[in-house]
Design a binder for this molecule. Sequence first.
Ligand code: PLP
Length: 221
Amino acid sequence: MSLNLDVIRQQFPSLNRNAIFFDNPGGTQIAKQSIDRITKYLIENNANHGGAFATSMASDEVLHEAHNAMADFYNAPSADEIVFGNNMTTLTLHISRSLSREWNEGDEIVLTRLDHDANVTPWVLAAQDKGVKINWVDFDVEDGTLNLDAMQKALERKPKLVAVGYASNSLGTLNPVEKIIQMAHDAGSLVYVDAVQYAVHGAIDVQKLNADFLVSSSYKY
Ligand SMILES: Cc1ncc(COP(=O)(O)O)c(C=O)c1O
């Protein structure tokens, strides 16, 4: 099936500017339908959440619809598994703080040299605070692929967490995340997948992937 790019481009008012956009993170260009829906929400529904009054209930309903839509987008088992945040980096900082509460001195985690800083620094800071060792997985500079042997070796040490990117922002490498998740789960580790650069290009099925956490910029699981 081929996409009608003219029709798709027309949905994004910001593309009328004389600029070229190559990026997919929090600053991603927004479709007219989304801009209209946000504006409509701010005009008609803006209210505190969880209140027993009409505007609050109307606001909650919009939020509920948004969670359902995202669950659909990721094929998540339930809308309750969707969390919205400011952007991927902020969410990762939050989640790293929560997860690292369960870490103890001497524990280990696995990070990769192929990942964007947003999926590195939050974990490095949490590891420093908890006295947790980081095992780094490198990549092949010739073809940009992750060294899965090094990943397997790091997993033998039963790390608490593996943070890995779905698609590299710098090289475009598509990592075999389904396989990495399986390997990590076999070692008893949680997996945190950065899908910022993938979510806008390919369909994601979090149930098939079996990811523990998957984050992207406009959509979070
Ligand atoms: C692969 C990757 N992960 C994470 C981020 C950070 O995304 P955000 O702007 O939503 O914090 C970026 C931003 O460019 C990215 O390319």
